[in-house]
Design a protein around this ligand. Structure first.
Ligand code: FNR
Length: 185
């Protein structure tokens, strides 16, 4: 039987009707049984400030760091804002990376999906995020790349993927991530 892995799912949008959250939920439904995916919320994390850290980290930072630390791997699903990642996601990355020398992200396998209404599928955000993950020493799934365009056309009113082709791509993406985690582990 395949070994089980706990995956932290981090979504870079706070919007209730977020197409990125819908995509993340679709990936959770399609994931192989040995992946246990849990959403880790980032919307209430105070902005990172080293003075606040020195005075005593807020409980929400500590809790977030514990949630990431206890995961075997991290799945990022994010929109692109101004050709980069949304500030809320960058803040979460910064919070998880400190205190210095105690990064919660280090060495955890990761995968990135970006979803956008536009045709280029958040390519800029996807690669800006990859740049941070290199620095954080996170081995990131290389293939398949997941730049998902036309995001407003993907889901029906219940949040299901409408197209079998898209579903099959999402399945290959999450299955490849499972294989990647297995290889790194
Ligand atoms: C956007 N959007 C956007 N889209 C894109 O493809 N490239 C971009 O650079 C930007 N820039 C951008 C900046 C800001 C501040 C906002 C609010 C939006 C549009 C964005 O992709 C769209 O709002 C998505 O619906 C956001 O994803 P969620 O929230 O639906 O997951």
């Amino acid at each position: 039987m395949a070994k089980s892995y706990k995956i932290a799912v981090v979504v870079g949008s706070l919007r209730k009707e977020s197409i990125n959250r819908k995509a993340a939920e679709a990936l959770v439904r399609l994931a192989p049984d040995n992946l246990d995916l849990e959403f880790v919320e980032i919307g209430a994390l105070p902005l990172y400030d080293e003075d606040v850290e020195a005075a005593g980290a807020p409980q929400s930072w500590t809790r977030f760091r514990e949630q990431i630390s206890s995961a075997d791997a991290v799945l990022f699903v994010t929109p692109e804002y101004n050709r980069s990642v949304p500030g809320v996601l960058k803040n979460a990355i910064d919070v998880g990376s400190r205190p210095y020398g105690q990064s919660a992200w280090a060495k955890k396998p990761a995968a990135i999906m970006t979803v956008s209404p536009g045709a280029i599928g958040g390519f800029g955000a996807n690669h800006h995020l990859r740049q941070s993950l290199v620095f954080l020493d996170m081995p990131v799934l290389q293939q398949p790349e997941a730049y998902i365009g036309r995001g407003f056309e993907l889901f029906d009113e219940t949040g299901e993927l409408k197209s079998d082709d898209t579903r099959s791509f999402f399945k290959s993406f999450i299955d490849s991530f499972a294989g990647w985690i297995e290889r790194i582990a």
